[in-house]
Structures are given as structure tokens and as C-alpha cells.
Design a protein around this ligand. Structure first.
Ligand SMILES: [Zn+2]
Length: 287
């Protein structure tokens, strides 16, 4: 059964670790992440962007697949199905389809409109027992066609949004989606600390986890980050393993063309990457 993120976030905050949000793209991706979470007794958040949901036929297909997979695989660890960077309309659709957690990304609106729309989404989610993530200060890079400039959030605005009743808060602290440029200045820990102080006890979210050095990730966790989003790294692991399989000519040996064989190395690579991240975030054995 799917759960919202409230309990897992409070436990992570108090236990000084973070729970990974791993974005899914298809059945293989979902299976790899769920099995890794179960094997390592870690809570897990499956992230789905609107683009990925569309690719997988729609929110209903995703919710049905994930719920059924939890049952068929006998998954016992807490699993949340979370809309990643939801639009106002997308958030409503995901709620109806059975997602257990919603991110409403109103960071591109002026703060007043972000507040009004976030409040509305919070009320709708509260009625269904879903958790809500809001964003302040656009996170840089490109995600599903949405390009942000990597703003640094204003701690006072973070407090205003946090006080609306969101469960978790994503704040821009110099982090970006996708691969980081070689001249990246690093995370703004001064800003993170100010946000953590302003929003006392609010579990914070770090987006764009790919390529942030491990010691920065651990420092961010010590400053209130309880959820870390991982997307690009799993994609790169899948790509590299799949490329190696084909370059080695294994798809032309025997029944190597069978999709269950062709996609297997990629799936194993995702499992290894997810385990590595769970270890780094400290969530292993916390389910
Ligand atoms: Zn993000």
C-alpha cells in the first residue's frame, strides 16, 4: 500500500538521514527501485514528473502499476508515489489517480500567486490524506522542458510557504537539475542554514542530486535536508550498462535480443546506483 511522506520525513528529520526520491520511467525502473528498497529495508519515494507520467500513458496507469507491483513483489517498506514538479492542473489529476504525495511547483509564479495556489493544493491534499511539497526559488537546469536559472530562495518566503501547511519544502540553494557545469559554485550552505532556521523543523528537499559531491550531500542532510531527488544518475547508469551490453555484442548472441535480457544489465545498474544513494543518504535499515 502507498503511504504519504509525512511519517518517513519526520523520522528522517529526527534521525538525521534523508530518504531518496528516485524518478521512474517504466516498469523496469520501478521494479529495480522497489526491490532495492526492500532488500535494504529503506523507505523510498518514487518520483514521477508530468512528462514521465505522460510517457507511461498517464497518472492512472502509473498509480495502478506501482500499487500492483508493491503487492505482487511483496514490498513491505514504506513507498510513496510522488508527483515531481507538478503543475496546478497536473497536481489535481495525480491526486485523483491515486498518487500519495504531490509536489506543486509554483516557483515560476510571483510569490503571491505561488502562495494562493499552494494553499489550494494543500487543502485538496489534506482532504485526501496526501502530503504536499512546495518549491520556493526555482531550481536551475532543465527538467522536462522547464528551464530554471538556479535561483537562491529567500528564507522569509520559505517561511511564508512553510507556514501554509506544506509537509516538505524544496528551496533553491544553487542546485540544478541534470549534469552540473564544471564551473558550478557549489551549494549555498549559508542560505540552507538560514532557511532551516527560518522554517524550524520543516523537512527540506534537495533537488538535482546528480553530481553533488558526497560530502556536500551529507552536510545538507545535517542542515535539515530529509529528501533528496535522484533522477539523472539512474538514467546514466542505465545508459552505460545498456551500451556495454550492446557494444559487447551480447544482444546478438543466442537469445540476447530478448528484451528481458537486453534490459537486465540496465536494471541491475539502477539497483546498484539506488543502493549507493541509500547508503550515502543513511536510509538503509530505517524502514
Ligand atoms: Zn526537481
Amino acid at each position: 500500500m502507498l503511504v504519504n511522506v509525512k511519517d518517513m520525513m519526520i523520522k528522517a528529520r529526527d534521525g538525521k538521514y534523508a530518504v531518496g526520491q528516485f524518478n521512474i520511467n517504466n516498469l523496469e525502473w520501478t521494479k529495480a527501485i522497489l526491490l532495492t528498497a526492500e532488500e535494504n529495508k529503506s523507505p523510498v519515494i518514487l518520483g514521477v514528473s508530468e512528462g514521465a507520467a505522460k510517457y507511461m500513458c498517464g497518472f492512472k496507469t502509473v498509480a495502478a502499476m506501482v500499487s500492483a507491483m508493491i503487492e505482487d513483489l511483496g514490498i513491505t517498506v514504506p513507498v510513496a508515489l510522488h508527483l515531481d514538479h507538478g503543475s496546478y492542473e497536473g497536481a489535481k489529476k495525480a491526486m485523483e489517480a491515486g498518487f500519495s504525495s504531490i509536489m506543486f511547483d509554483g516557483s515560476h509564479y510571483a510569490i503571491e500567486e505561488n502562495i494562493a495556489k499552494t494553499k489550494e493544493i494543500i487543502d485538496l491534499c489534506a482532504a485526501k490524506g496526501l502530503s504536499v511539497e512546495a518549491e520556493v526559488g526555482a531550481i536551475g537546469g532543465e527538467e522536462d522542458g522547464v528551464v530554471g536559472n538556479g535561483e537562491v530562495a529567500d528564507p522569509a518566503e520559505c517561511k511564508t510557504i512553510a507556514d501554509l501547511g506544506v509537509d516538505i519544502l524544496a528551496a533553491g540553494i544553487g542546485n540544478i537539475h541534470g549534469k552540473y557545469p564544471s564551473n558550478w559554485a557549489g551549494l549555498r550552505f549559508d542560505v540552507l542554514e538560514a532557511i532551516n532556521n527560518a522554517t524550524v523543523g520543516m523537512p527540506l528537499v534537495l533537488h538535482g542530486g546528480t553530481g553533488i559531491p558526497d560530502e556536500m550531500v551529507q552536510k545538507a542532510i545535517s542542515l535539515g535536508v530529509c529528501k533528496i531527488n535522484v533522477n539523472t544518475e539512474c538514467q546514466l547508469s542505465f545508459q552505460e550498462a545498456t551500451r556495454a551490453y550492446i557494444e559487447a555484442g551480447k544482444d546478438r548472441e543466442g537469445k540476447g535480443f530478448d528484451p528481458r535480457k537486453l534490459l537486465a544489465p540496465g536494471g541491475e545498474a539502477i539497483k546498484a546506483k539506488v543502493k549507493e544513494k541509500m547508503d550515502l543518504f543513511g536510509s538503509i535499515g530505517k524502514a
